[in-house]
Design a protein around this ligand. Sequence first.
Ligand code: PMP
Length: 437
Amino acid sequence: MTAREPSHLFYQSRLRRPLVDRAEGVYIWDVDGKRYLDGSSGAMVANIGHSNARVLETMRRQMEKATFAYRLHFENEPAERLAAKTASLMPEGIDRVFFVSGGSEAVESAIKLARQYAVATGQDSRWKVISRMPSYHGSTLGALAVTGYDPLTAPFLPMMREMPKIAAPRAYLDRDNLSPHERGLKYADLLRDKILEEGAETVLAFIMEPVGGASTGALVAPDSYYGRIREICDEFGILLIYDEVMTGAGRTGRFLAAEHWGITPDLIALSKGFAAGYAPLGAMVAHNRLVEPVLDAGGFQHGYTYAGNPLACAAGLAVLEEIEREDLCGNAERMGSALKERLELLMKRFPFIGDVRGKGLLLAFELVSDRETMTPLPAAQNAYLKLVDEAYSRGLIIYSRRTRGGREGDHFMVCPPLIVTREHLDEIVDKLTDSLA
Ligand code: PMP
């Protein structure tokens, strides 16, 4: 099928893209036989690469046995084994796993477990989930309520309870004399101020992406930020939710981004790389001390029909085994620093690259008209579309946005599968260089 008839499908825009034919490793082919390097792993999803033979074989075997058995009628072994494997990869105590089918559902589940824990333990007055501006936590109404990006949330405000927001650290835009350490503490203390303003007895949780994803384009906070946030949550008895939907499953060079700072959150949301595109799957992982009171009080009043089905869980388990077997966290760290260095070199040649940022293979750069002031290019130039199209024509796919949570600008995420080799990095950088030129 190559003819492009009018489509019954619709997505965000009228933009049409090539029809996919097949995918293998870091490459995707369209129906005309053109090959593309998947330079952003889709939307930071295909962490172990496409069509991994071991994962496909595991899925094939599971498909021949049972693809679906409703979780309230039957338990299944892949779900049990994936839960145990997931728990083994989490910080101490974060060992109760609830499966879902995507990132928004994982965030939604974390918020709902937090609230049911509060109710079960006599803390009914706690319901506010403080989040950051900008941030992205998903598209369902609960996840959207904690998302800090006005264009996405504005139409729905009458339909949901607006949640308090604090500014996310965007130290690269600050023109002050603070050290990175001081800036980290300054931004973290915004949480303290907000809790006091709202009344600590009304605040349930704080949710953050450890490294900004779609919201800020791979923005990492100063190191001091992370520990101080944990301290503030503890001081006021507020639960800390890490949204690791994009950063999890090895993307930043550790299985969880939280490991970089030794942070133990109370709840963690996972999806994307967790099943790496092999199945719609995500997980909400919680500290046991939150789960037990909820189960004692009558159970977790929440769930999704497809959640925890044997096929998706078999795929997820095979993906996690692959990450471990091939040391993909280590490769993400090594290839990530190599790629970051290569992108930084491009800044010498192209003065309109404002900065390069990120951790592991969660990397991004931003195009600007002035690097000193980080002034964005005029919107009318449509640089984000132009560069993506140039890259497409050269067989490279990168993820771009014109704005990141209200900050105007052209942002590009370079986040290939964690299996990339140095040869793949050469190909990415060569194609990107030609496209930028
Ligand atoms: N949280 C974060 C940090 C994300 O990046 C995303 C997806 N971009 C989501 C949640 C929502 O995930 P999904 O699109 O799978 O519902």
